[in-house]
Design a protein around this ligand. Structure first.
Ligand SMILES: *[C@@H]1O[C@H](CO)[C@@H](O)[C@H](O)[C@H]1NC(C)=O
Ligand SMILES: *[C@@H]1O[C@H](CO)[C@@H](O)[C@H](O)[C@H]1NC(C)=O
Length: 350
């Protein structure tokens, strides 16, 4: 068994007596819809579709002063105290016959314990290294670029995909995220029963701005971009060390690779909802941990998805967090076989 992330954190802290723990937990699907309160605030039917998890105060507009903690009545994430929102693009299978189907998501099994998703969603990690300062209320940021078309312009150490050729998500091997044969592009092989997408966020903050016009320039990557905590913040413009956030989406492609009659040969089998490949993978984050619970979780070395009384962290069952969902605010079909991806102008209902 490869306890790959713990190994990464241990390697980073080589020479110290104990490895730091990390938070690793499941978030069920809150909603799948074309909204994006960071990039297109106030807009319904934004240019592309997102899959969103976290606090149910997620809205088409979450301007300055929107407080997910006081406005949410539930969270689709495992920790009760985490009302943050996390979102990524959706992935579609594009069949030979031209139809599209949204690729379902599941949790990571893995040696650190199965993360249970009853209705899709993603896995969230907060990976520490050294002394960190938690995000402040109102903080938001984006990793990756939804318009990037060149795979060579993407740093594979923090944004990548892994082909998972076993049917069982618990039999995963292959080293730290975004290492080895992981790729920026979305794998196309029929042997991939799952495709794991990893998005690692920057870990150094300017200490002043909760956001910036491009939602990126108030933060920077540290001395390491990989999923081991981010290293240190050596650039004096970004002195504040943040917990390292990592998104992990387990796309379950098993049903598509089985349907050999509809496997495409003239176009790519999988595409993100921007109608682009893996180079455009991106993640959006709005901080929303209650009070100083995230700071305490880091300080008290809370681990995985376990309750952590020292930091006041309590957990919900998969049935509970999966029950926290929202109605689409930009209603349109996103499930089953559809003739066109919901992209650009609203999909016409037949
Ligand atoms: C979403 O925002 C609208 C105003 O734009 C507000 O009326 C509504 O209550 C908000 N919903 C939630 C769940 O915060
Ligand atoms: C495309 O193929 C899938 C099965 O692989 C089928 O369910 C769907 O209806 C087909 N679409 C069209 C337009 O034939």
């Amino acid at each position: 068994m490869h306890n790959h992330l713990a190994l990464a954190a241990t390697a980073l802290l080589a020479g110290t007596a104990t490895a730091q723990n990390m938070l690793r937990f499941a978030c069920g699907q809150l909603v799948v819809e074309r909204t994006d309160p960071i990039v297109n605030p106030g807009q319904r039917y934004t240019p592309h579709l997102h899959q969103i998890v976290g606090g149910n105060s997620f809205n088409i507009s979450m301007e300055d002063g929107h407080d997910p903690v006081s406005k949410s009545t539930c969270t689709s994430c495992s920790f009760v105290q985490d009302l943050s929102n996390y979102w990524t693009a959706s992935m579609f299978f594009h069949g030979k016959n031209g139809s599209y189907k949204r690729v379902p998501q599941q949790g990571n099994g893995g040696p650190q314990g199965a993360l249970v998703h009853l209705n899709g969603g993603m896995d969230i990690y907060y990976i520490p290294s050294g002394k960190m300062t938690a995000f402040r209320p109102g903080f938001r940021m984006i990793a990756g670029d939804a318009a990037e078309t060149s795979e060579t312009k993407v740093n594979k150490v923090s944004i990548c995909h892994r082909c998972w050729d076993r049917p069982d998500e618990n039999t995963f091997v292959g080293g730290a995220p975004c290492s080895g044969s992981d790729t920026v592009g979305i794998p196309k092989e029929t042997k991939c029963q799952k495709i794991r997408q990893t998005i690692v966020f920057p870990t150094c903050w300017d200490g002043k701005n909760l956001d910036s016009p491009d939602h990126k320039s108030h933060v920077a990557y540290g001395t390491s971009r990989s999923a081991g905590g981010g290293g240190s913040c050596s650039d004096a413009k970004f002195p504040v060390k943040l917990p390292q956030i990592m998104y992990e989406v387990m796309w379950d492609t098993s049903s598509f690779v089985k349907d050999t009659a509809n496997w495409p040969t003239a176009h790519a089998p999988y595409v993100y909802s921007m109608n682009q490949g893996g180079s455009a993978a991106h993640g959006d984050y709005v901080f929303g941990w209650k009070d100083d619970s995230l700071q305490k979780a880091m300080d008290k070395n809370c681990n995985l998805n376990k309750a952590c009384p020292a930091a006041g962290l309590t957990t919900q069952t998969p049935e509970q967090y999966s029950a926290c969902t929202k109605k689409q605010q930009a209603p349109e079909p996103v499930d089953g076989w559809i003739a066109a991806m919901p992209v650009g102008s609203p999909l016409r209902l037949a």
